[in-house]
Design a protein around this ligand. Structure first.
Ligand code: PGA
Length: 228
């Protein structure tokens, strides 16, 4: 199934979440949306975010429980109704998360019964293949299967910048990542209503990870319906 995930990042509050989710739920039901829609809110909003869609955490810890102040376990995400955990978003890699740590988080997600969305992507000026294949090699735990793992290809230079790779580049890069991993590959980085049709209908694109534009329900609806 085509996947469309809304990564709210550190945005939203209870009122926002309630209004947004009521609108999204209504839209999905009325339109008979076929894609798998996932909302990834800030962790405290996980009990507020409800509707005819899946929910997931933006991060989790690699241990089951323990003295890790401020962290959230994959088991608690599952307990709160999550089906997904985002692992290794570039905004977390930038804060120092290594691919090895991300693999441990993905493994914890799998062990808790969650699907891991593992993010990879090159920085501006970095060689795509060199960076992304090294990340792929180290960020995938031995527990990863095609049933429990999705790769999110997000060129770091495209996140929040309004810049995107060409459709041809996206198609080729996704093909390479798919061949190497055997998993679904979703695209993230400045997906907007204006480019959603082109990107979501491109070859080898199994879904979208949407940041900024997912915060506006009207924009997110347009992105959802962009796929033919
Ligand atoms: P963006 O973010 O859509 O705002 O570029 C994507 C992401 O970081 O997942």
């Amino acid at each position: 199934m085509f996947i469309i995930a809304a990564n709210w990042k550190m945005n939203g509050n209870v009122n926002f979440a309630q209004t947004y989710c009521a609108e999204l739920d209504k839209f999905i039901n009325e339109q008979g949306v076929k894609s798998e829609i996932i909302v990834l809110p800030s962790a405290p909003l996980l009990t507020v975010v409800k509707g005819n869609f899946k929910i997931g955490g933006q991060n989790c810890h690699y241990e089951k429980s323990g003295a890790f102040t401020g962290e959230i376990s994959a088991e608690l995400l599952k307990n709160l109704g999550c089906d997904y955990a985002l692992c290794g978003h570039s905004e977390r890699r930038q804060m120092g998360e290594s691919s090895e740590l991300i693999a441990a988080k993905a493994e914890a997600s799998h062990n808790a019964g969650l699907k891991a969305i593992i993010c990879i992507g090159e920085n501006d000026g970095e060689d795509f293949a060199k960076t992304v294949f090294a990340q792929l090699d180290k960020s995938l735990p031995f527990t990863a299967t095609a049933a429990n793992t999705i790769i999110a290809y997000e060129p770091v230079w495209a996140i929040g910048t309004g810049r995107t790779p060409s459709t041809k580049d996206i198609e080729e890069r996704h093909a390479e990542i798919k061949t190497k991993s055997g998993f679904k590959v979703i695209y993230g980085g400045s997906v907007k209503p204006e480019n959603a049709a082109e990107i979501s209908n491109a070859a080898n694109v199994d879904g979208l990870l949407v940041g900024g534009a997912s915060l506006d329900i009207e924009q997110f609806k347009k992105i959802i319906t962009a796929r033919k």
